[in-house]
Write a new protein. Structure first.
Length: 401
């Protein structure tokens, strides 16, 4: 490859030759640039990296956990440090920690602490910090509080090696990364040979809204980049001008099939049940749209949404709450029930339907966790306020009390 004294951008490949002729150690090829918004929990990144400076690639993706710690006994307080430690998985570092004590009237104003990616704040380092000492002492000395709600968010590290050579540049490797996003802001760091100081960051926000694929930008299957791959790779949607969709999608979209709960077509690798290739739009599309394609199988939900006396306003926008592929939450929900519901119903985060009534972190007789859907049907109901049981509020209460 001929070097130049000016900046040269190789369109569609993402490689950037800088003014001194050097090549960026790590370059994100797909998507072509940071997407400010993501609509699916699974993200595919294609990365080109220098073999000399990046024989391995450290990839740091975001993780988050929310847990209520019981403080009603001396034993629970003694176990706090151990239970808090268990929030952190192997190879995780901390970005943000927030805690709020639960008292008789509700939750107190939360305290928090924040760290940068390059701080490499793991659990053992955190324990030595005065901020954690303050939290630990507050837990041990808590008298009026019966619990503490803790939210932790950070990065989970995975080191990749690759068997792929970059077909477009000598001395470079290709990494095909199938990654998971968490709701909200995601900052994904790509560090050559684990060098965090020279890491490249990809930033996007996972939102709950749905947007047709044809209206999105920076998608591989809608790009010129994909067309450059088809001479060697059979089965890509554009390889045969959309005559068929033969690709084994999970070869690239591994994160979609790696969720705890999978949508049946994903589990059966029947992607064409929902997706098709549009030669006219030159894109992978969902021809029937949403909710049309959902109602092809979920006819019972269609009847409930269209015929119920009380209908949830977003019930027909299935992808506001559900992931079309898979999720770590039951029913392929995009987040836990409490977080989903209160993202719209912000005035119901506490003391609903009466003061001090819990909305989560309580086990029902069935073994399920108490949540909004314990009392309300999220799609539609013959009862007011989407209640699951006829007879008014007291009848609902009597199911547990």
């Amino acid at each position: 490859m001929r070097k130049s004294a000016v900046v040269i951008v190789i369109l569609g490949l993402g490689l950037v030759l800088l003014g001194d002729g050097s090549v960026s150690p790590v370059t994100i090829v797909v998507p072509a640039g940071n997407d400010s918004v993501a609509y699916d929990q699974a993200l595919l990144l294609v990365v080109s990296a220098s073999k000399e400076s990046s024989p391995t690639l450290l990839v740091s993706t975001q993780w988050q956990k929310i847990q209520l710690f019981d403080l009603r006994s001396d034993k629970s307080k003694e176990d706090f440090a151990r239970d808090f430690y268990n929030l952190f998985g192997s190879g995780t570092t901390l970005e943000f920690l927030s805690y709020s004590f639960k008292v008789f009237k509700g939750y107190l104003t939360p305290d928090s602490m924040s760290f940068s990616y390059r701080d490499t704040m793991n659990i053992r380092t955190l324990w030595k910090r005065p901020e954690f000492t303050k939290l630990y002492k507050a837990v041990q000395q808590a008298e009026e509080a019966d619990a503490v709600l803790i939210t932790v968010r950070g990065w989970a590290d995975t080191t990749y090696t690759t068997p792929y050579d970059d077909p477009n540049a000598d001395g470079r490797s290709f990494y095909k990364l199938s990654l998971q996003l968490i709701p909200g802001l995601n900052q994904i760091y790509l560090a050559p040979s684990g060098d965090r100081n020279n890491a490249v960051v990809y930033t996007t926000s996972l939102v709950r809204e749905y947007k047709p694929t044809t209206d999105r930008t920076n998608l591989f299957h809608n790009s010129v980049t994909e067309q450059s791959c088809t001479p060697c790779h059979d089965g890509l949607p554009s390889a045969d001008s959309g005559a068929t969709m033969k690709a084994d999608c999970p070869v690239c979209h591994k994160a979609i099939g790696g969720e705890t709960y999978l949508h049946s077509p994903v589990e059966m690798k029947e992607c064409a049940s929902c997706h098709s290739w549009s030669a006219q739009k030159h894109a992978v599309v969902v021809e029937k749209g949403v909710p049309g394609v959902c109602y092809t199988c979920h006819t019972d939900r269609q009847a409930q949404v269209e015929n119920s006396k009380s209908i949830h306003p977003v019930a027909g926008d299935c992808l506001t709450c559900h992931s079309p592929h898979g999720s770590e939450h039951k029913h392929n929900l995009k987040d836990d029930v409490y977080s989903l519901c209160t993202s719209c119903h912000e005035d119901q985060k506490l003391n609903h339907p009466v003061g001090r009534h819990p909305l989560r972190f309580v086990k029902l007789k069935s073994g399920d966790e108490l949540s909004c859907v314990s009392c309300h049907n999220p799609h539609g109901s013959e009862n007011d306020h989407l209640l699951r049981f006829a007879g008014g509020g007291m009848e609902v209460c009597s199911q547990c009390h």
